[in-house]
Design a protein around this ligand. Structure first.
Ligand code: GUN
Ligand code: ZN
Length: 442
């Protein structure tokens, strides 16, 4: 029935591989007058407008010209209970956790608070063009229920899990090895694979887990090989030193996780900044994935992620906001700061590679590139509409832009939620207005 078809018209960009620059035209697809045909939450066809409209002459057409249509952005490391922690002054990692983050996360013992924050969190993501995220929930199972319930209401492809933490945190925020195992197991049964939800087994980091808890986390990973795993690695020098005290027998920080069997290709390691050559070898061998969190790393003064060094070893990495140590929900602003982190190391981030990173690149790291991250036929219809003239400063700069790469770099450096004209999740527009109100709420 053609009346169930929707056609989005606009300029189209998606990626087949990571382009180094604009001469690498095999790596991407750009269509000046393009269209995407949607039905049932999926992309049915993407191509030239004239061809696509011929496939479904009765489709309802939304004309987004002259804006740019891309796959929805993917944020691979974010803390949903930290929506009221973002922009907390004056501390580096361990003090920041103790002073701001842990007290705030204790409030998620109240399921009503978790539910309210989950809704706001997901509205913020889609308002900023992010359609999939990998989140840490709080230690409380109810926070995971809140997160996946709200995600299901929006039909979003979301990944997340209950934080496991049984020491070095306030009592109200600690579980036990057994309770963390039982709760994680029950949440996996309840949510993993339900609709678009994926579970991530989530030991917070070595400092907040006893050896007994990391051992039981390893059992969960073995028992649920299709779940993601996420933790933090080598973000800050004091953190690394304390980890070495707590795990004196481990060869290094990554060796702690390695010893408990946590390293698989589905393991996401937030930060991964200060790595030894042995740790880099282990990453290459296990195909566990480092996650670059530029706004957070600069905000907490943590250090500079060595993107080129890791890529040079064939290690695929992801990029993420790390809200609430990160300072923006926008993956565009994340690329802006990422560009500068690489500049400080004499590394280059070309805008085409940048936009690959936050779409297909992150999707590949998650092993989900057949569903999200591109505009390929059969993909889920998660799409972002980008306006490079969204603000006066952008419009003025765009008057001098002549190439697609220039336009992308303007979006990367000057763009934020104002540049997100619309965000489609499984074919449904989420934005409508810049307050982030969803269609059913309007
Ligand atoms: N390491 C352990 N927990 C956290 C957290 O919540 N944020 C950051 N940035 N690092 C962490
Ligand atoms: Zn984090």
């Amino acid at each position: 029935q053609t009346d169930q078809y929707t056609l989005l018209r606009g300029r189209i960009l998606d990626f087949h591989a990571a382009p180094q620059d604009e001469t690498d035209t095999e790596a991407y697809r750009y269509i000046e007058d393009g269209a995407i045909l949607l039905a049932g939450g999926k992309i049915k066809a993407t191509g030239a407008f004239a061809e696509i409209v011929a496939l479904a002459p009765d489709a309802s057409i939304t004309d987004h010209r002259p804006n740019l249509l891309m796959a929805g952005f993917i944020d691979t490391h974010v803390h949903f209970p930290q929506v009221q922690v973002i922009a907390s002054w004056g501390a580096q990692l361990l003090d920041w956790l103790n002073s701001y983050t842990f007290p705030e996360e204790t409030r998620f013992a109240d399921p009503a608070h978790g539910a309210a924050m989950a809704g706001q969190f997901l509205d913020l993501l889609t308002c900023h063009g992010t359609t999939t995220a990998v989140a840490y929930c709080s230690v409380h199972p109810a926070s995971v229920d809140a997160y996946f319930t709200e995600a299901a209401q929006r039909n979003m492809c979301m990944i997340g899990g209950k934080v496991m933490m049984d020491r070095n945190a306030p009592e109200a925020l600690t579980d036990t090895p057994q309770s963390s195992y039982d709760d994680s197991k029950a949440l996996i049964a309840k949510w993993h694979g339900k609709g678009r939800a994926h579970y991530a087994i989530t030991p917070r980091f070595a400092i907040t887990s006893t050896p007994e808890q990391l051992e039981i986390a390893g059992a969960l990973v073995t028992e649920h090989p299709d779940c993601f795993v996420q933790t933090h690695l080598s973000e800050n020098h004091d953190e690394i030193a304390y980890t070495a005290e707590l795990y004196p027998d481990a060869p290094d920080y990554l060796g702690v996780y390695e010893n408990y069997g946590l390293l698989t290709p589905k393991m996401l390691l937030g930060h991964s900044i200060h790595l030894t050559s042995r740790e880099i070898d282990v990453l290459a061998e296990t195909r566990a994935k480092p996650v670059f969190c530029p706004t957070s790393n600069l905000f907490l003064g943590s250090g500079l992620f060595d993107d080129a060094g890791l890529r040079g070893r064939g290690i695929q990495n992801a990029i993420a906001t790390d809200i609430g140590a990160g300072t923006s929900y926008s993956m565009l602003q994340t690329l802006n700061e990422g560009y500068k982190v690489l500049q400080l190391q004499n590394q280059k981030l070309h805008p085409l590679r940048a936009f690959h990173w936050i779409t297909r690149g992150n999707a590949e790291v998650l092993g989900l590139a057949d569903r999200i991250g591109t505009l390929a036929n059969g993909s889920d219809a998660d799409i972002v509409v980008l306006n490079a003239r969204a603000t006066p400063a952008m419009a003025l700069r765009m008057q001098r832009a002549q190439t697609l790469s220039e336009e992308l770099f303007i979006l990367q450096m000057l763009g934020d939620d104002r540049a997100i004209e619309e965000t489609y999740v499984a074919g449904v527009p989420q934005k409508r207005d810049h307050a982030g109100a969803r269609p059913e709420a309007v």
